[in-house]
Design a protein around this ligand. Structure first.
Ligand SMILES: [Fe+2]
Length: 285
């Protein structure tokens, strides 16, 4: 619950506000970029929502905020609880309810005839359990790396799901059911390719779905302001040289979507995405 007594100074007057417990994780700015902006150390309300749609976006940000730093003084609020998981494209969803345990990282969900996938983990909430159940449960939980596992163990127990994690990240979820030892690539199932991308952490992995959607964890993200792909050098915990090599290896793959753990998602035509990736690799070198 956001606290009126801890308001950040930059909030513009109106119903929505951010308080100083904000961890500057970017979740609200992704969900409602017209309403929330980055001060440098935290987010703030730069424009109050005007249209009903902007209000819906701001309310989704309020719900998704991992630390409850967003408040809404309005007595009449749109009910957006059932919006999550939020469809992104076809059978791919953004879960919402980012967890502070994963530094506010995004998690995603895929509905698939051979069993559904959760990619990294949101907070464990009865609401999401109900929604995942209605969508057919969870068969696999793909963990990109140690930082973003959040409540994966609880979802695994709830749904009898199998967690996939690289051996080098195993300490984050030691009871994981499937441990990946590959160093480069694993064709895990039709439609699902696991690509090992050491750099951000030693055993970081990304998941390529239908050669179209790349779930990138903290390896790669998209900057909509600059229309470019980027990697977080200041948040590279293992090896920037290794991350650069891993990025170059990604040039061998085709995809249209980048869905990041931290940072914005991007959607570009394949050729354009590859150009942007080439530019990033050159910059990293
Ligand atoms: Fe991370």
């Amino acid at each position: 619950m956001a606290d009126e007594k801890k308001l950040v100074n930059e909030n513009v007057p109106g119903n929505f506000f951010v308080d100083r417990t904000c961890i500057n994780c970017d979740t609200c700015r992704q969900l409602a970029p017209d309403v929330f902006a980055d001060q440098g150390e935290y987010s703030y309300v730069r424009t109050q929502p005007v249209s009903p749609l902007e209000e819906v976006h701001a309310m989704r940000a309020l719900l998704a905020c991992p630390v409850g730093s967003i408040g809404n003084r309005s007595k009449i609020k749109p009910n957006v609880m059932d919006d999550f998981p939020l469809p992104i494209t076809d059978d791919v969803y953004y879960c919402g309810f980012n967890s502070a345990a994963s530094y506010g990282g995004n998690s995603f969900f895929i509905t698939h005839p051979e069993g559904n996938w959760l990619i990294d983990s949101p907070k464990y909430l009865p609401h999401l359990v109900r929604r995942f159940t209605a969508l057919g449960g969870i068969k696999y939980i793909f963990l990109t790396h140690r930082d973003d596992v959040a409540d994966a163990d609880k979802y695994a127990a709830e749904f009898g799901a199998q967690r996939l994690i690289h051996r080098d990240e195993l300490s984050a979820q030691p009871e994981s059911e499937i441990v990946i030892d590959e160093r480069e690539q694993l064709d895990f199932a039709p439609d699902f390719k696991i690509i090992v991308t050491p750099g951000h952490t030693r055993g970081h992995m990304v998941l390529l779905y239908k050669n179209t959607v790349l779930f990138t964890g903290d390896h790669l993200a998209y900057d909509p302001d600059d229309d470019s792909l980027y990697a977080h050098e200041s948040h590279c915990w293992y090896s920037w040289a290794e991350q650069t090599k891993s990025m170059r290896r990604l040039l061998a793959y085709d995809f249209e979507w980048v869905l990041a753990g931290h940072g914005n998602r991007g959607h570009l035509p394949r050729e354009r995405m590859k150009e942007k990736l080439s530019e990033l690799v050159a910059r990293m070198h």
